[in-house]
Design a protein around this ligand. Structure first.
Ligand SMILES: C[S@@+](CC[C@H](N)C(=O)[O-])C[C@H]1O[C@@H](n2cnc3c(N)ncnc32)[C@H](O)[C@@H]1O
Length: 162
């Protein structure tokens, strides 16, 4: 937790992996994307610019939060993207409206959020997780992609696939 809050560098997904994740989720114009742990907000900027979506990101690291806000401002997407500072749970009410949730979090983090996360999302929400899987829920579909120069997969989940 200390590292998540105070350490500056984290791992940011490659654009190609983010685009492939949104293709797998069939993200449409006007839909809402939530990124839990938005890093540099690149996912939300891609969602807005390429797919015409709106976005909400939450970030616990002050460095990443400020970087996200700055990147969104530079991208001219401040009207479409909101960045919240704090723990994942701060985005809970937005999760209830999200059409697509994009996640790039370790297995142990996915396992920790799994109980409340699936309770918080809409019945028809699509969840895409880059590289890592949940413990209890079973993915519906997967797709191959490249992230950080390596082959990996994206996993698509629905609310009730146990
Ligand atoms: C692997 S990075 C992914 C960044 C971005 N979503 C992407 O795809 O490039 C995970 C991010 O989650 C953030 N994070 C970790 N624990 C968190 C928590 N409890 N609440 C909010 N953000 C958290 C980290 O600070 C980090 O920026």
């Amino acid at each position: 937790m200390f590292a998540a809050i105070f350490s500056a560098p984290t791992v940011y997904a490659s654009d190609q992996a983010i685009i492939d994740a949104f293709k797998l989720a069939k993200l449409k114009s006007g839909e809402l994307v939530v990124d839990l742990g938005c890093g540099n907000a690149r996912s939300l900027i891609i969602a807005a610019r390429i797919f015409g979506a709106k976005g909400v990101g939450v970030e616990i690291s002050p460095y990443c939060f400020l970087k996200s806000r700055w990147n969104v401002f530079l991208a001219g997407e401040s009207k479409n993207i909101k960045i919240i500072f704090g723990d994942f749970k701060k985005a809970k009410k937005h999760l209830g409206h999200a059409n697509v949730v994009y996640l790039y979090l370790l297995n142990k983090v996915l396992t920790a959020i799994e109980p409340w996360f699936f309770a918080a999302i809409k019945e028809d929400a699509r969840v895409v997780s880059l590289s890592f899987t949940f413990t209890e829920h079973i993915f519906i579909k997967s797709a191959k992609t490249f992230n950080l120069g390596k082959k990996t997969k994206i996993f698509l989940y629905g609310k009730d696939n146990l």
